[in-house]
Design a protein around this ligand. Structure first.
Ligand code: IPE
Ligand code: IPE
Ligand code: MG
Length: 240
């Protein structure tokens, strides 16, 4: 495989289409989620081998609680198992794992597995892998604003101290660079409440391929499309 040039440092993925993928195979939606979880494992390795430093994936949104109870519980079972087995994989791949989103709504044992996983992998220097669970960008911003307002109330900061950096630092993604490339699988042209603040200047790539079929080749295509983009950040470039 040809080496990809100008690889995005941080790729964020809206992993969509598990249900449609399963339906096309006359299988239950849960089968799509199981296959989707396998894709996550493989793509972490592929991303790192390609030179991507940060990978952030959207696994469960604040809005996904409104799915049928049995689907929510299947997704939680899958996440529960994933968190448990991720420690070994992360150690093998030197992967640092972080979970963003409001963890307090998750079952206690899942919260404990997440804490164990983050602690066990915190010094690893390979891929920085972030999983968004019970994540909604508006909820994240609400929590950040509450946090900052609390500091104002206590007199720790003045409202005039609030700058963009302070807001970024109050978000779940603090300390990590913004995504360079946002990928959405299975064709929908929307953001679905993912990283609204952080993707201000991300390049967007949408593929019709459903998440369970997203592989190294698909990732390479997304990175190649990214490499051809001209990022202006509002400026006029000299060559233009
Ligand atoms: C993405 O696949 C996984 C989650 C949102 C948890 P979907 O379950 O949304 O699959 P489609 O979009 O219905 O095909
Ligand atoms: C976005 O997919 C959320 C995740 C991938 C976890 P959805 O399937 O929930 O998004 P909508 O409902 O099509 O916008
Ligand atoms: Mg969907």
């Amino acid at each position: 495989m040809e080496e990809v040039k100008n690889v995005p440092r941080h790729v964020a993925i809206i992993m969509d289409g598990n249900g449609r993928w399963a339906k096309a195979r006359k299988m239950p939606r849960s089968y799509g989620h199981i296959q989707g979880a396998k894709t996550v494992e493989q793509i972490c390795e592929d991303a790192y081998n390609m030179g991507i430093e940060y990978l952030t994936v959207y696994a469960f949104s604040t809005e996904n609680w409104s799915r049928p109870d049995d689907e929510v519980s299947q997704l939680m079972t899958l996440l529960r198992n994933y968190m448990k087995t991720c420690i070994q994989r992360a150690s093998k791949n030197n992967m640092k794992v972080r979970v963003i989103g409001d963890k307090t709504r998750l079952d206690d044992d899942i919260q404990k597995s997440i804490a164990d996983l983050e602690e066990a992998t915190k010094d690893y220097t390979g891929l920085k892998f972030t999983i968004a669970i019970n994540y909604g960008s508006r909820d994240e911003i609400r929590r950040a604003v509450t946090d900052i307002a609390g500091k104002v109330k206590e007199g720790i900061i003045d409202p005039s101290d609030i700058d963009e950096e302070m807001i970024s630092d109050a978000l779940d993604t603090s300390g990590y660079p913004d995504p360079d490339l946002l990928v959405r699988t299975c064709g929908e042209l929307r953001i679905s409440n993912f990283l609204l603040w952080q993707i201000s200047y991300s390049e967007i790539y949408v593929t019709d391929v459903a998440w369970p079929d997203f592989d190294k080749e698909q990732l390479r295509l997304a990175c190649e499309a990214y490499a051809k983009r001209t990022r202006r950040f509002g400026k006029v470039l000299e060559e233009e």
